[in-house]
Design a protein around this ligand. Sequence first.
Ligand SMILES: [Zn+2]
Length: 348
Amino acid sequence: MKKVFAMLLAVLLLSSMACGQKAGTVETQETAAPVATEAPKAEAQAVRQVGAYDVVANDGAKAGTEAYPYMVMTKYSVWYLASTDIELQGEDTFFAGLAEVLQYFDEDVADAQKALAGRIPAEIPPVEIRTDFCGQAGVSESAGAYYNGMANFIKLFHSWEVVRYALLHEYVHYLTIHCAEKKVLSGFYAEAVAEYVSRILCKNRMMRSMDPSELYDPEMLDAMHAWGVWDEEIGGPDYRKSVLCESDAFARGLYDGQQYQSVGQRTLLRMGDRPIPYHVYELSYAEGESLAFYLMETYGEDRFLDNWDTAPDKIAELYDLTEEELLTAWSAWNAEQCEQLGIRMELP
Ligand SMILES: [Zn+2]
């Protein structure tokens, strides 16, 4: 019983896992001046073809990339491929997985840039991406992929399936934390915007070309149907409904006594005497995203996105509310939405 119940949390947390923003990562952004990823000057001969792209030997131009013997360059990215990952998966499997990602990557990234046009510079330098399927970075234990704001690269963990699920989200972090002139400064905004852009505003071909059974086990698929969050048309869970449903479950106490990761990058415990958190930074990832939906749908997308450099404890002020008023109004709205949509998480 507890098993299925905990699984939705796991599924929805996959998006938060995908972010893997360590505490303090976002805060350190303002000290890091935007530096264009140095475009490798390699005119090296292709050692292999992956879809439409050449795999070339690492030209060594970038210090600290010795563990990555191969590179791939696309319009919007420079990839470093780790020798240990190629050994782990075997060459054929590794490069087949890479090909599946690359066939959609530039198109997906172009969508994300377009979605944030006017809020990010017109010219975005290629993002640096490194594979680490062996989990050599400590953060891989709790993240599917990770944008390192200090070093300014994306690291990919676990498998190509997880990459397809998480990569566009991480790319949005690169845009809002590194490239934008006005930078995102809080976990709440970083995650809310990354999820909103990658799951709502973009087609996200990398993720949506996957079969749901690659992401969810059969028990979970059944539960999503029963709770009303499954969308027959897209053949997968409806993201907005999933977020509302999960938030409602928190408010109804279904997660009481369980630890969760907050958008403020803390591990917290929800207790029965507190259906609504006191502060925005105490919200779970699903609740944070639901709050973002509430603010955008009530007050407009521009007001929300134009203020992404606001600290979490100042967000209510933007709407002339106290934090308590804001969280109370949002929680009531969330419950109402679930009622109207007929979605409800139940213990099996
Ligand atoms: Zn994230």
